[in-house]
Design a protein around this ligand. Structure first.
Ligand code: SF4
Ligand SMILES: [Zn+2]
Length: 158
């Protein structure tokens, strides 16, 4: 039998889901900047119709990759979080990997949020409200640090 004209399963076809990414036409800085980490996480977890595909893709692409080579929020998880959740990644001698075996952590904790995101689960309101609190503390911490940096630069300049 000759060539039937059927289309092989090319990389382009496998990545059809990319046309539906919620972040597709967004400013990439939103997913890179630490100040907008929480906003990016929400877009991934609540507004993106292809988070499952994105999560599988990033797990595959970053398997065993070092912490400093993982950038931005992807599938709702920051680079350091994805590193922490990948037991095969190097560098866990200082900070142990987070591996979810046995009983699930209590909802309303940061660990529970990471578990939901890493396993592709829906994030419940309790875990979100804890994350909103955590984000508020992070922002306050970043703002203080920025003020300190500005003060140090001003002191050097005077
Ligand atoms: S889950 Fe987030 S990073 Fe992945 S495609 Fe959707 S919006 Fe983009
Ligand atoms: Zn939860």
């Amino acid at each position: 039998m000759g060539y039937t004209g059927s289309i092989p399963d090319t990389a382009a076809r496998r990545h059809d889901w990319m046309a539906r990414m919620a972040c597709r036409d967004m400013d990439p800085d939103l997913f890179i900047d630490r100040a907008t980490e929480h906003e990016a996480r929400l877009i991934c977890a609540v507004r993106c119709p292809v988070r499952a595909e994105c999560l599988a893709n990033v797990k595959r692409l970053e398997a065993g990759v070092a912490r400093d080579r993982r950038d931005g929020v992807v599938a709702g998880l920051t680079g350091p979080e994805r590193w922490r959740l990948d037991a095969d990644a190097p560098g866990h001698s200082d900070k142990p990997a987070l591996v979810f075996t046995g009983e699930a952590p209590n909802c309303g904790t940061y660990t529970a949020l990471l578990r939901h995101l890493w396993l592709g689960e829906r994030v419940d309101p309790g875990c979100w409200s804890n994350e909103v609190r955590r984000d508020r503390l992070n922002r306050a911490h970043l703002a203080t640090k920025r003020q300190e940096d500005v003060a140090a630069i001003n002191a050097e300049a005077s």
